[in-house]
Design a protein around this ligand. Structure first.
Ligand code: G3H
Ligand code: 13P
Ligand code: ZN
Length: 336
C-alpha cells in the first residue's frame, strides 16, 4: 500500500475549492504514454497550472498499471526538474467501474478516483459510490461520482429521456454518498463525434458546423441545489478543426468530427465546473503531427522524429487549453 502523499501528489479538495472561488477549471488530461505525460507536465509547469493526470481502465490495460503509477511519480520529479518547486499534480482514475478497481488505485497511490455508476439504477449508483467513498476517504483520496448519462452520438439528447442529470437527485446523491465532486450530463459526450451534422447549423463566417448549445439550465439548477459543490464535465474536447484538416490532408478520414465550442467551456469554467476532461483533442493533436511527418518525410523511421513533433503539438494544445479556455494558469498556491 502506497499513499499518494508519499509520491508528492495532492488530492482535489483544496484545488477544487480554489477553482470554484477563482472562476476557473482544472484541466484533467488523460495519458497512456510517455509523450503525453511529458507534454502535460511541461505545459502545466510553464503555465504554472495545477493539473489532473487521468488514467482510464483502458490506459491501465494498455500501458500497465504499475508502470503508469511510477510514471506519475516520475512526473512530480520531472515538474521539479523543470523548475516548479511546488507542483500540484493529482493522479486520478477516470471512469472506475467497480469497487475493486477503485480500491486497487487507492492502494497504488492514486490521489483521486472516479466511480462511474451512472449507468446503474439510482440506488445501486448511490450504494457503489458510497462504498468507494468510505474506503477512499480513509486514505485522504477524493472521489468523483456521476449522475446522468453522457449522450452518445446516436442518442437523443433530451431531458425527457433522462440522459441529462436530474437536478432533483443531486442533493440526495451528494449527501448519501459523501462524494467530493459530481460529474454531470449537460450535452457533452466522449470522442470526436459529439454531434450529428443535422443537429448543427453552419456558421456563415467560417462555413463550419456549430453544434447546439449545452444545457446550461441543467448546470444552473444543479448549482442552485448544491451551492459551491465541485462539478465535473466529461467529454469536453473541442475537436480542433485544424487538427482534423491536417489528419485528413495527410491520408486520414475523419468525417464530420465535431466537438464542444471553446466559448461554452470558457463559460462553464467560470461556474462551479472545476474539472474539465480532455482526451480526444490530445489524440487528434498527436495523430495530426505523426501523419504529417509520415506523409512529408517518408524516409524517416526513427520514432523520435515523429513522436517528438507529436509531443510538441500536444504541449501547444495543453497550454492553449490552460491559458485560453480553462484559465488555470498562474493558479499554483506557490508560484516559485
Ligand atoms: O472517457 C474516456 C476517456 O477518453 C478514456 O478513453 O477508455 O479509450 O482510455 P479510453
Ligand atoms: P473527450 O473525449 O471529449 O476528450 O472526453 C474525455 C473524457 O471525458 C475523459 O473522461
Ligand atoms: Zn469521461
Amino acid at each position: 500500500m502506497v499513499n499518494y502523499k508519499e509520491l508528492g501528489l495532492v488530492n482535489t479538495k483544496e484545488m477544487f475549492a480554489k477553482a470554484i472561488k477563482g472562476g476557473y477549471a482544472i484541466p484533467a488530461f488523460n495519458f497512456n504514454n510517455m509523450e503525453q505525460l511529458q507534454a502535460i507536465i511541461k505545459a502545466a509547469v510553464e503555465t504554472k497550472s495545477p493539473v489532473i493526470l487521468q488514467v482510464s481502465k483502458g490506459a491501465r490495460n494498455y500501458a500497465n498499471q504499475t508502470l503508469l503509477r511510477y510514471m506519475a511519480e516520475g512526473a512530480v520529479e520531472y515538474a521539479k526538474e523543470l523548475g516548479c518547486n511546488h507542483p500540484e499534480i493529482v493522479l486520478h482514475l477516470d471512469h472506475g467501474d467497480s469497487f475493486e478497481l477503485c480500491k486497487s488505485c487507492v492502494d497504488m497511490g492514486f490521489s483521486s478516483v472516479m466511480i462511474d455508476g451512472s449507468h446503474l439504477p439510482y440506488e445501486e449508483n448511490v450504494a457503489l459510490t458510497k462504498k468507494v467513498v468510505e474506503y477512499a476517504h480513509q486514505y485522504g483520496v477524493t472521489v468523483e461520482g456521476e449522475l446522468g448519462v453522457l449522450a452518445g452520438v446516436e442518442d437523443e439528447v433530451c431531458a425527457e429521456h433522462h440522459t441529462y442529470t436530474n437536478p432533483e437527485e443531486v442533493i440526495d446523491f451528494a449527501t448519501r454518498t459523501g462524494c467530493d465532486s459530481l460529474a454531470i450530463s449537460i450535452g457533452t459526450s466522449h470522442g470526436a463525434y459529439k454531434f450529428k451534422p443535422e443537429q448543427c447549423h453552419v456558421d456563415p463566417a467560417t462555413g463550419r458546423l456549430v453544434p447546439p448549445p449545452l444545457a446550461f439550465e441543467v448546470l444552473d439548477a444543479v448549482m442552485e441545489k448544491l451551492p459551491g459543490f465541485p462539478i465535473v464535465l466529461h467529454g469536453s474536447s473541442s475537436v480542433p478543426q485544424e487538427e482534423v484538416e491536417t489528419i485528413n490532408k495527410y491520408g486520414g478520414k475523419l468525417e464530420a468530427a465535431i466537438g464542444i465550442p471553446e466559448e461554452e467551456l470558457r463559460k462553464a469554467a467560470k461556474s462551479a465546473v472545476c474539472k474539465i476532461n480532455i482526451d480526444s483533442d490530445s489524440r487528434l493533436a498527436m495523430t495530426a503531427a505523426i501523419r504529417e511527418v509520415f506523409a512529408t518525410k517518408p524516409a524517416e523511421f526513427d520514432p523520435r522524429k515523429y513522436l517528438g513533433p507529436a509531443r510538441d503539438n500536444m504541449e501547444k494544445l495543453y497550454k492553449h487549453k490552460i491559458i485560453n479556455v480553462l484559465g488555470s494558469d498562474n493558479k499554483l498556491a506557490q508560484l516559485d
